[in-house]
Unconditional design. Structure first.
Length: 114
């Protein structure tokens, strides 16, 4: 299984970015897909998750600004990020859970300038 992220980049504070993550190498759907991030000098942290049934969950700091969505047929997950802040600067990783196995993408850099 391979997860490939795209959509990162440099944006000014208040701007928007949309991250995408496409999974390949499996015909099975993932029960949960999500996003983590890791800022310089900090531990990796969970950002948002989307369960195959439709439920979504968010870290408090991104609620109301970020929206996670997924295309189950394509095994793809998205993260729409609005009203970005400098503290959102991090490498963003997508994840996909299949049973007890969690797959990780390689990460995409998001930089928000003030």
């Amino acid at each position: 299984v391979q997860l490939v992220e795209s959509g990162g980049g440099l944006v000014q504070a208040g701007g928007s970015l949309r991250l995408s993550c496409a999974a390949s190498g499996t015909i099975f759907r993932f029960n949960t897909m999500g996003w983590y991030r890791q800022a310089p000098g900090k531990q990796r942290e969970w950002v948002a998750s989307a369960i195959s049934g439709g439920n979504t969950n968010y870290q408090d700091s991104v609620k109301g600004r970020f929206t996670i969505s997924r295309d189950n047929a394509e095994n793809t997950v998205y993260l729409q990020m609005n009203s970005l802040k400098p503290e959102d600067t991090a490498v963003y990783y997508c994840t996909a859970d299949s049973g007890l196995i969690r797959y990780w993408g390689q990460g995409t850099q998001v930089t928000v300038s003030s």
